[in-house]
Design a protein around this ligand. Structure first.
Ligand code: IPD
Ligand code: CA
Length: 253
């Protein structure tokens, strides 16, 4: 996974440099970014297929590919934070989760601009590059910072979501919206945010992040408090001290 991500990141960084140049051109950047997205995904798939022939795939661009080994599946987002990438904002990541019989057993989130590679394997802890991570120890919600993402207007859950934001804002030290769900979860694992919640999210946005948070000692549920994050597209992740409190603020009605 690491080799695949590092290899794909080299092209991504070159393309990001190009986006920064294109910002000032009238041609715009959208087509260029879609092709960077596709190229990165293709390369990740190629490398992972070489390493583990037969595993299936679920990819943001390419959709589902059933493998000959039906127990294992890679869940891939080639650029999580596409809008940031498109605008030349250096906050995006490659996200790869590995699922075995429906359970995420390994995850990697790589922020190539800052060379921050977050990785976790079930039972083995979470690491940022070589450093072991632990969720933050803050217990007081009024001293805590939370990340979220905002579902587009007209999309499922937009109105409902807007009700949750003031609740968390009023209770906490701040809410952030940085635009990359996988990095939001990696930051929870690293103890930078105390928690993160979002609705209307896809499996490839959060698959890797789930195991990063868990292996760093945090909790992850859906917005009803259950374990159907990938199918329901809702997620509440936080340190062990504050998950219950965050969940109570943003719980599904
Ligand atoms: C998006 C980002 C964003 C989240 C959206 C996602 P994309 O993924 O993770 O933070 O709020 O829900 O769709 O489109 O940049 O790969
Ligand atoms: Ca994404």
């Amino acid at each position: 996974m690491m080799n695949a991500a590092r290899k794909a990141a080299r092209g991504l960084i070159r393309d990001f440099g190009e986006v920064e140049n294109l910002q000032v051109s009238l041609k715009g950047t959208s087509d260029f970014v879609s092709s960077a997205d596709l190229k990165t995904e293709r390369l990740l798939r190629q490398e992972l297929e070489k390493a583990r022939p037969g595993f299936g795939f679920l990819m943001e661009e390419g959709g589902e590919v059933i493998g000959s080994d039906t127990s294992h599946r890679w869940i891939i987002d080639p650029i999580d934070g596409t809008t940031n990438f498109l605008h030349g904002i250096p906050h995006f990541a490659i996200s790869i989760g590995l699922e075995r019989d429906g359970e995420i057993i390994a995850g990697l989130v790589y922020d190539p601009v800052h060379d921050e590679l977050y990785h976790a394997e079930k039972g083995g802890g979470t690491f940022l590059n070589d450093r072991r991570l632990r969720v933050s120890a803050r217990r007081k919600i009024e001293e805590s910072i939370f990340a979220t993402g905002i579902p587009f207007k007209g999309r499922d859950g937009h109105e409902d979501f807007l009700e949750t934001v003031p609740k968390v804002m009023n209770a906490s030290a701040g809410v952030r919206r940085f635009g990359s769900a996988s990095l939001d979860m990696a930051y929870v694992a690293a103890g930078r945010y105390e928690g993160y919640w979002e609705t209307g999210i896809k499996a490839w946005d959060i698959a890797a992040g789930i195991i990063l948070v868990r292996e760093a000692g945090g909790y992850v549920t859906d917005r009803a408090g259950g374990q159907d994050m990938l199918t329901k597209g809702s997620v509440v992740a936080a340190n062990d001290q504050l998950h219950k409190t965050l969940l109570s603020l943003v719980k599904e009605k």
